[in-house]
Ligand binder design. Structure first.
Ligand code: MRU
Length: 347
């Protein structure tokens, strides 16, 4: 099993996803600023993995601190949380994780500093385990939606690398394969960070699941030729009405899917729902370094002074989404109601 992120005695260990698939390097982070930088620079990425990294970063920050009093720890804890929260704006799992750690902090504060420390570490490890469980549950619900011998298109990486393990969209694919479905995956390369070409292709190959890499501009062609039976992607934030923020390019794939009569599915844990916002227009879209577009793996491919735009995510309106697969069941349109029901806990 791929080890994306782990709490160890030596620190938070993460597989450096910037280097895959050519190098498999694990790095150990020993303070919260390093973990924050690892999230910002995408050593670790993918909404659920970012959430777990945030929790572990906060736990690490408190564990390595030496406050003289609880009042001092209060100030420090706020700073650690805001450092972690400022890393990436779009994936709501980050803020969900910070809030969850804040609740643990308040709950254990009366018991003193050592109790706070161990409760925060424990919570981050629990969140890691829960995420894998959630992905397996999404797989159990979602695999029924995938036709037998389907050719499935995915965009970005919503796999083990984007989560604590198993994956959301790729988790559904894995579960279908485990159930005997001979799926073939088409992976969009996902410019500019190449999560599809580098990460999705790598992790599917590890599992022996057939994968064909296509450039982002080929998806429409393959749909038009009848070579794609369904699309499944992950999400970074889902608004109350079912609008879905995911990796830049997802919206184009969704529109092409509708035009070609191909079902478009989203797999995401409940922690990716943001029911506080009515629709996708309220989702902050991260703008990343223009050099990510100007270069591929550090090699310049454009005039280096060319003006570049680099939004990391886009929003797919709910009308393009056939179903949202969560660990509590499958939400279908109208999402306003179905997502509320799942968020309340009904399976
Ligand atoms: O910029 P990234 O690589 O963090 O973006 C990741 C995605 O957009 C994923 O599709 C999303 O987080 C879902 S991961 C299970």
């Amino acid at each position: 099993m791929i080890r994306t992120i782990e709490w160890t005695d030596a620190g938070v260990v993460m597989l450096d996803q910037r280097l895959l698939p050519t190098q498999e390097i694990y790095r150990t982070y020993t303070n919260h600023s390093e973990v924050a930088e690892a999230i910002r620079s995408m050593v670790v990425r993918g909404a659920p993995a970012i959430g777990v990294a945030a929790a572990m970063g906060i736990a690490m920050g408190v564990d390595t601190s030496n406050p003289g009093s609880l009042a001092e720890l209060d100030v420090l804890f706020e700073r650690i949380c805001s450092d972690i929260a400022s890393t990436r704006p779009t994936a709501v799992n980050l803020f969900w994780a910070v809030e969850r750690m804040k609740a643990v902090y308040s709950g254990t504060r009366p018991l003193g500093i050592p109790a706070v420390r161990s409760a925060l570490i424990h919570e981050s490890i629990v969140m890691h385990a829960e995420d894998i469980e959630a992905n397996r549950a999404m797989g159990r619900f979602g695999q029924a939606l995938i036709p037998n011998k389907a050719r499935v298109l995915t965009h970005c990486n919503a796999g083990a690398l984007a989560t604590a393990g198993y994956g959301t969209a790729l988790g559904v694919i894995r579960a279908a394969v485990e159930a005997g479905n001979q799926i073939e995956v088409y992976a969009d390369e996902t410019r500019p960070f190449l999560q599809g070409a580098r990460l999705t292709a790598w992790e599917l190959q590890q599992d022996g699941i057939p994968v064909t890499i296509i450039t982002d501009n080929m998806a429409g062609h393959f749909m038009q030729k009848g070579k794609i039976d369904c699309v499944i992607v992950g999400a970074d934030r889902i608004a109350a009405n079912g609008d879905v923020a995911n990796k830049i390019g997802t919206y184009s794939v969704a529109v092409l899917a509708k035009e070609n009569g191909v079902p478009f599915f989203v797999a995401a844990p409940i922690s990716t729902l943001d029911l506080s916002i009515p629709d996708g227009s309220h989702i902050p879209i991260e703008e990343r370094d223009p050099d990510e577009v100007r270069k591929i793996m550090g090699v310049p491919i454009t005039p280096m002074d060319a003006k570049v735009a680099n939004p990391a995510f886009d929003v797919t309106p709910n009308r393009y989404v056939h179903a949202i697969i969560t660990e509590r069941g499958i939400a279908r349109p109208p999402f306003q109601e179905s997502l509320q029901t799942l968020a309340r806990g009904a399976a």
